[in-house]
Design a binder for this molecule. Structure first.
Ligand SMILES: Cc1cc2nc3c(=O)[nH]c(=O)nc-3n(C[C@H](O)[C@H](O)[C@H](O)COP(=O)(O)OP(=O)(O)OC[C@H]3O[C@@H](n4cnc5c(N)ncnc54)[C@H](O)[C@@H]3O)c2cc1C
Length: 266
């Protein structure tokens, strides 16, 4: 039996979590756990409107953790996130599924978290000052990190961000793998590259090998070949019902190269 407690403010919900309750956002994952009888005994939620707030202007956009994929798709100024939000589930899932929940969604979910990782997003936790790098939250998410209040996302320069998702069922199948790349260029040279992968480990991760292959280079054929050849270096992708570890390692470089080529020509 699961009890659901609803609080009027984020802070009260966060305090309830500190006492051991689990949080429910849009519930697209949690409600399945409730139905399966595996959910935490106490779930908390909040009607606090700040959780649904979205600031889309400026160099850094701010997404309340309760912002849904559908809200993102309805905001023209968040167009750089549209290719990502559009690939999360079908319409019903996008109407309910939140950006906060996506940070905690286990493989094969978490496509939006992969994009946030490449974009260098920062996460604000309720009751704390300052924001933490999203990689810290992804690393610690199996432990209780607290209630995510909002996510700050640096707006990428036009054409410098790309996302692709590989799935068996289109358009709304879950990921075999997903790839997000931030590749800003200064005078034709790549600087500050961030490459994030989903489906290539237990959760979203950055590929140090690909970042090294790209950073400081021109996006030419030699660089593309190098990036492709090191794409699975040091990674241990899972084998599951969607694909084997071997398959993921074989194709990740091909899809990475295609994504980089599409950005080169955008
Ligand atoms: C049919 C179907 C298809 C799907 N397809 C995709 C897909 O293609 N890609 C994809 O990435 N995901 C997919 N999902 C998974 C899920 O819908 C998304 O990941 C969604 O973004 C999760 O958000 P939510 O608000 O519903 O999370 P919830 O179910 O509410 O919560 C999920 C987890 O996150 C925690 N959580 C939620 N919000 C917060 C917060 N603010 N602070 C701290 N912890 C929090 C919860 O405690 C829970 O552990 C799919 C799900 C279904 C049912």
């Amino acid at each position: 039996m699961t009890e659901v407690q609803t609080y009027p403010t984020i802070d009260e919900a966060a305090r309830a979590m500190a006492r051991g309750a689990a949080y429910m956002g849009g519930g697209t994952i949690v409600m399945r756990e409730v139905n399966a009888g595996t959910a935490a005994p106490v779930l908390v939620r909040t009607d606090d409107p700040t959780l649904r707030q979205l600031r889309a202007q400026g160099d850094t956009v701010s997404l309340g953790a309760g912002v849904t994929m559908a809200q993102i798709l309805a905001e023209p100024q968040l167009d750089f996130l549209h290719p990502v939000a559009r690939r999360v589930g079908g319409p019903q899932v996008r109407n309910m599924g939140t950006v906060g929940g996506n940070l905690f969604a286990a493989h094969p979910y978490g496509d939006f978290a992969v994009a946030l990782l490449a974009l260098g997003a920062r996460v604000q936790l309720a009751g704390t000052s300052g924001a933490r790098p999203v990689e810290d939250v992804l690393r610690d998410r199996a432990r209780q990190v607290g209630l995510v209040a909002a996510i700050e996302v640096p707006r990428p320069r036009h054409g410098s961000f790309g996302f692709t998702k590989v799935s068996r069922v289109k358009p709304k199948g879950v990921s075999i793998l997903s790839i997000a790349v931030l590749a800003p260029q200064t005078g034709g040279t790549l600087r500050g590259v961030r490459v994030a992968l989903g489906g290539m480990g237990s959760g979203p991760l950055r590929s140090a090998a690909v970042e090294r292959a790209l950073d400081g280079q021109r996006l030419d054929r030699t660089t593309l070949e190098k990036a492709q050849s090191v794409a699975s270096d040091g990674l241990q992708p899972p084998t599951d019902a969607l694909a084997s570890a071997w398959y993921r390692s074989e194709v990740v470089g091909v899809h990475l190269r295609r994504l980089l080529q599409s950005m080169e020509s955008s």
